[in-house]
Write a protein that binds this ligand. Structure first.
Ligand SMILES: Nc1ncnc2c1ncn2[C@@H]1O[C@H](COP(=O)(O)OP(=O)(O)OP(=O)(O)O)[C@@H](O)[C@H]1O
Ligand SMILES: [Mg+2]
Length: 296
């Protein structure tokens, strides 16, 4: 029903973008919106003949939110780092907006699994540094306005002049999220961005993220271990298997299945479990993680 292997579901099923409705799905009819990010035949081997993953191909349309789920060590962060241009694949290609990704760029905002803030700079200066790099011509007032807007978005206005060492792990993670959003990148790459947050903050920031992403038609690739988070946020969910030794020798990990989320796009956290199809979708993903997530 909502699942297919390596192929995307018929695009005709996805409603066209309606500018009057901020939660409408992105239009897949416009060819320029298709495969905004394109990944072809990616593999990564730290050990010769035993790639962590191989034959990884998928695309993200402009404005699409795609989550990837898989067990620890299957290679999710490695894929995200290759998409960010921070790591190189052993083979394969990544294209964004028609150009090959060959290094880091301010066109892609990254939130790392462990927050990567400059410890000697305050929250304000950490984010201002990124904003100034993105828009070198902006006046100090314009930079400050942008910084304050995004710090407020993650609820940290009271801590804007603190250093990372004075913040909790969750607060540091929120600074990382604000920094990624503040440069208004063409693409957001999020590596378990809410992993260190308490449930309440996590929910609030998920809602904020969803609102901003829908309104700005941001394209997002996000790693999560949380099935409900993926169902809430993602248009499609990539299920990734771990590489493993089997009877026929070693088999690398890869994208085992692509699940299309057919729940209404204007879904909310509170209402998710009341939606028709929610439990089927959830059970399908959990079953994958429990019994099919190891390559065989
Ligand atoms: N620099 C490296 N040298 C050797 N092996 C590495 C290196 N970096 C990662 N690996 C291995 O590659 C595999 C994939 O790592 P990666 O960090 O991408 O996993 P992940 O899916 O993000 O896991 P997690 O969910 O725990 O974050 C792991 O088995 C890891 O041990
Ligand atoms: Mg990881």
């Amino acid at each position: 029903m909502w699942s297919d292997v390596q192929q995307r579901q018929t695009q005709a099923e996805v409603p066209a973008m309606d500018s009057s409705n901020p939660v409408a799905a992105p239009s897949h009819k416009d060819p320029a919106m298709r495969d905004f990010l394109k990944i072809e035949q990616l593999s990564k081997a730290y050990q010769k003949d035993k790639p962590v993953f191989a034959d990884v191909s998928f695309g993200l349309d402009k404005g699409e939110f795609v989550c990837i789920i898989g067990h620890s060590g299957c290679g999710k962060t490695t894929i995200l780092n290759v998409l960010a241009g921070l790591d190189t694949a052993t083979s394969g290609y990544v294209y964004m907006d028609g150009r090959e990704v060959s290094g880091p760029s301010l066109e892609r905002g990254v939130v790392f699994q462990s927050h990567a803030l400059m410890p000697w700079l305050s929250v304000r200066k950490n984010i201002a540094f990124a904003v100034e790099s993105r828009w070198p011509d902006w006046s100090p007032a314009e930079v400050q306005e942008q910084v304050e807007k995004y710090v407020s978005m993650v609820g940290l206005s009271h801590a804007i002049d603190k250093k990372p060492s004075q913040l909790s792990g969750g607060m540091k993670q929120r600074v990382g999220i604000a920094r990624a959003f503040a440069i208004q990148p063409k693409m957001l790459l999020l590596d378990e961005p809410f992993g260190a947050l308490d449930a309440l903050t996590r929910g609030t920031i998920q809602d904020e993220l969803m609102t901003i992403v829908r309104q700005t038609q941001q394209t997002v690739f996000m790693i999560t271990h949380d099935v409900d988070e993926a169902i809430l946020l993602a248009d499609r969910i990539l299920l990734m298997s771990n590489g493993a030794e089997g009877a026929d020798g070693y088999k690398p990990g890869g994208i085992a299945e692509v699940v299309t989320n057919t729940l209404p796009r204007e879904r909310t956290r509170a209402g998710l479990h009341h939606l028709d199809g929610y439990y089927d979708l959830r059970n399908h993903i959990v079953d994958f993680l429990v019994s099919r997530a190891v390559a065989h």
